[in-house]
Design a protein around this ligand. Structure first.
Ligand SMILES: *[C@@H]1O[C@H](CO)[C@@H](O)[C@H](O)[C@H]1NC(C)=O
Ligand SMILES: *[C@@H]1O[C@H](CO)[C@@H](O)[C@H](O)[C@H]1NC(C)=O
Ligand SMILES: *[C@@H]1O[C@H](CO)[C@@H](O)[C@H](O)[C@H]1NC(C)=O
Length: 458
């Protein structure tokens, strides 16, 4: 660097310096997540004129693009394979005219069960009616409670959806998307497909459902639908321990337990997470999730392979509570086997790497507070960034909580800039979420645009 930056003539000074500076800086694109009511509960584009105005405001400020949930419950609501992309075509057309980029999230989960959800879009009605007759298509907990926000990975290979498996249903949906949006994929208007692989669009089990859980419980394992139970029994037999089947650990507490109050997650339990049984179970549980992501990303890669400018991505949940303990209890119930010497996030990044998928992670604005439920988001972010680097996949960041509900938190944005650059520049950042209070309040908008500029010269 020093030699190539040597100045040989004063005429070249400015140019050479400019090139050196450019070479030292990375451009981290910044996107905004569209509001959850961009598409109404009944599937229409909500206020196209207003959307155009908002997008123009983003364009004028130098924001790179937007991200939007493409709800399964909207697009395939009329019946199996009867896709209706009308509202999304309208939206992409506006985005294209304004000159922004858009990232599509194939949201195979329900809208309306997560923090701050202002929408209610369940799975397609024909899926719900299959679920009424056979609730085992959904994840279940130890008490038998089924969670209808996302299909269990237990039906990935079961032709229970009018003859199709869940994996076929996801692949058919992505193929229809590809056929419908070909022009915009070729032009690069759609520049990322983030593939939904679980509740909240995240690759995880629904271990901390808000209707049953409150911060900072350990959550519950979700392996009690009949398909998962049968798979576990087979794995137990194959391991030479049929007694390791019949459901998950019986000493793992309930949703709101503290790890130290359970046998399984504490360091002095009888048959705990680090016992031979614990290791068997956690291996099986986390491998099912890895297999789920492998299978879905494999179809995504095949379907979208011809678009060189398009990235695909998967999202991983930021489970920062109890991170600062030996067992990492809350991560374990979510399916991230990040204890007993395992790097749970590296395993995921290595699967993503097989299909060139970016690793999308959240909580970049948060700071460690280990006295609060062993919460260590900064350490977790570091682990995931390094995992993505080792696996040679891109890393896209998000914030977990709104930073501008009143006036913007400057320190939150500073923290994001720090996390996005201190281990090397990340690939992109999506801010949750676009609101009037962010883009039409002059102080907030200035704060945000300063953030965007800093990310563009990272
Ligand atoms: C497709 O969705 C749009 C927007 O909700 C709706 O107006 C239209 O009638 C739907 N088309 C069909 C064939 O159902
Ligand atoms: C429980 O976990 C700890 C590791 O934290 C281990 O040293 C101990 O042997 C385990 N206890 C049993 C009974 O497996
Ligand atoms: C995922 O699991 C299925 C069914 O058990 C198996 O056929 C497939 O080979 C697995 N995929 C990977 C990548 O391990």
């Amino acid at each position: 660097m020093a030699r190539s930056c040597g100045v040989t003539s004063s005429a070249a000074l400015f140019l050479v310096l400019a090139l050196c500076v450019a070479a030292m800086h990375a451009y981290i694109p910044v996107n905004l997540m569209m509001p959850l009511d961009t598409i109404t509960n009944d599937g229409a584009l909500n206020d196209p004129q207003g959307i155009r105005q908002d997008l123009q405001q983003l364009k004028n400020g130098g924001v790179d693009g937007v991200m939007v949930d493409v709800w399964w419950g909207v697009v395939e609501r009329a019946g199996p394979r009867r896709y209706n992309w009308t509202s999304y075509l309208q939206l992409v057309d506006i985005v294209d005219q304004v000159g922004l980029k858009i990232q599509f999230v194939t949201s195979f989960h329900q809208c309306g069960t997560n923090v701050g959800d202002q929408c209610f879009i369940p799975l397609p009605p024909w899926v719900l009616s299959i679920g009424q007759a056979n609730p085992d298509i959904y994840y279940r907990d130890r008490e038998g409670g089924a969670d209808d926000e996302y299909l269990s990975l237990g039906v990935d290979y079961q032709p229970v959806l009018n003859g199709r498996t869940a994996l076929q249903v996801y692949a058919d949906y992505m193929s229809s998307l590809e056929q419908t949006f070909r022009v915009f994929l070729q032009k690069g208007t759609i520049n990322q497909i983030q593939v939904g692989m679980g509740p909240a669009g995240e690759l995880r089990y629904p271990s901390y459902q808000l209707s049953k859980w409150s911060y900072c419980g350990v959550g519950e394992f979700q392996c009690y639908d009949k398909y998962m139970l049968a798979d576990l029994d087979q794995a137990a037999i194959a391991a030479g321990h049929p007694d390791w089947g019949n459901g998950g650990p019986d000493n793992a507490g309930t949703y709101d337990s503290n790890p130290e109050d359970t046998g399984f997650f504490s360091d002095n339990g009888g048959d705990n997470y680090s016992s031979p049984y614990g290791r068997f179970f956690l291996n099986w549980y986390s491998n099912k999730l890895l297999n789920h992501s492998d299978s879905i990303l494999k179809s995504a890669r095949q379907i979208f392979s011809r678009y060189s400018g398009l990235s695909i991505a998967g999202k991983v949940s930021g489970i920062h509570w109890w991170y600062n303990t030996n067992s990492h209890a809350a991560e374990l119930t979510a399916g991230y086997y990040n204890t007993n010497g395992n790097n749970g996030y590296l395993k995921i990044a290595q699967v993503f790497s097989k299909y060139g998928a970016n690793f999308d992670f959240t909580a970049l604005e948060m700071v460690n507070s280990p006295n609060n439920c062993g919460s260590a988001p900064e350490t977790l972010v570091k682990q995931t960034i390094l995992a993505a680097q080792i696996a040679h996949v891109g890393y896209d960041g998000e914030n977990a909580l709104e930073l501008c509900s009143g006036s913007c938190s400057q320190s939150g944005f500073q923290q994001i800039i720090k996390e996005s650059t201190q281990y090397g520049a990340i690939s992109g950042f999506t801010y949750l979420r676009l609101t009037n209070n962010l883009i039409y309040n002059q102080n907030n908008w200035n704060t945000f645009l300063n953030f965007v500029n800093a990310m563009h010269r990272a």
